[in-house]
Design a protein around this ligand. Structure first.
Ligand SMILES: [Zn+2]
Length: 346
């Protein structure tokens, strides 16, 4: 049995680092990734190139000197986004992508797009300039069952949007269903999908196992087991269109453990150990590098990272904190529910 693998340094193509004390606490836990697409859903959201540049500086200040991480900034698409601003920020190297949240879809998404006709000129300018659109693919219509919102989004929003904007490069963020996997496969080289660590591990039962488990509540919410298996098949397939975006999304425990608690799983500290176990279980350790280190960079037209990391399987589980301190609050680390024998060595 393989007990040691060396892969190109992985990238995280969907990451929440927050701001202030939370940023300072969580950023070091992503320092071992090479690049990360940084989500712009701060309060207020990151909507201009100047805001993205300032946020990037705050992230760099929160990272240890030894960090490999190069933040890849994004702008939050709103009804008021100007096409020229997006293209200028991209051409100046300030941003890597633009994020589309349907208004109200998830944490801090109230400023999201309410009217897709209004943003069409932005999408056309992005297609022309080669700027990637990262999409939170869920409808927000409360009449649609929460477990169906991804599939309905594909039919009602994403497919029409792609048809009327030829050439637009789209990443379906954190796909959670077999429908999402199938749609990603139906596209050409301009369509890809990220998959999170936690959606490879939990199905919706985990949220309600013997009682409500707030630390397994995330958005998009975990789906039934058949969907989890579809995600594992896609992630471990080696196909270029699927790559890692952890969606590591820290919240203070005091905000999660509430009658109406926040959505998000904090997976940054143990993601690579979890992924190595998942890929080992699927007999696909030789495809972990494609998923975590190669496919995303290729989609974003970047070279893979030069350096490498080594994962070693030991008899003793790797030690991770159950929670970390963030400015006097605690943040609980995602518990995959099984021991993690894969240790990361740099
Ligand atoms: Zn996210």
């Amino acid at each position: 049995m393989t007990d040691r693998i060396t892969i190109r340094r992985p990238d995280d193509w969907h990451l929440h680092l927050r701001d202030g004390a939370m940023l300072a606490a969580v950023a070091p836990h992503s320092a071992g990734f090479g690049r990360a697409i940084i989500m712009p859903n701060l309060v207020p959201p990151v909507v201009t190139g100047a805001q993205a540049a300032a946020y990037r500086n705050r992230i760099l200040a929160a990272l240890p000197d030894s960090a490999a991480l190069q933040p890849q900034m994004t702008l939050y698409l709103t009804d008021a986004t100007e096409p020229a601003d997006v293209v200028a920020a991209f051409r100046n190297g300030i941003i890597r992508a633009v994020k589309l949240y349907p208004a109200g879809a998830t944490t801090n998404s109230a400023s999201g797009v309410t009217d897709f006709d209004r943003v069409q000129p932005v999408l056309e300018a992005m297609a022309e300039a080669g700027v990637t659109l990262c999409v939170h693919g869920e409808v927000t219509d409360p009449a649609v069952d929460i477990f169906d919102r991804e599939a309905v989004f594909i039919d009602r929003v994403l497919d029409p949007l792609r048809r009327r904007t030829p050439g637009l490069r789209v990443v379906m963020e954190h796909v959670t269903t077999s429908d999402g996997v199938a749609y990603a496969r139906s596209g050409g080289d301009d369509l890809a999908a990220t998959i999170t660590t936690h959606h490879l591990v939990i199905n919706r039962n985990a949220i309600l196992a013997g009682g409500i488990r707030p630390h397994y509540y995330c958005l998009p919410v975990a789906k039934r087991e058949s969907h989890r298996l579809a995600l594992r098949e896609a992630a471990t397939s080696g196909e270029a269109r699927f790559f890692l975006g952890t969606d590591s999304a820290p919240h203070a425990d005091s905000a999660k453990l509430q009658p109406c608690g926040c959505a998000g799983c904090f997976t940054a500290p143990n993601t690579m150990s979890i992924l190595a176990q998942v890929f080992e279980d699927e007999g696909a350790l030789d495809r972990l590098e494609a998923f975590a280190s190669l496919n995303g960079a290729a989609f974003y037209r970047l070279p893979p990272n030069d350096d490498r990391i080594t994962l070693v399987r030991r008899d003793r589980p790797a030690a991770y904190p159950a929670r970390i301190d963030a400015g006097g609050e605690t943040v609980t680390v995602f518990d995959p529910g099984f021991p993690l024998f894969w240790h990361q060595e740099d």
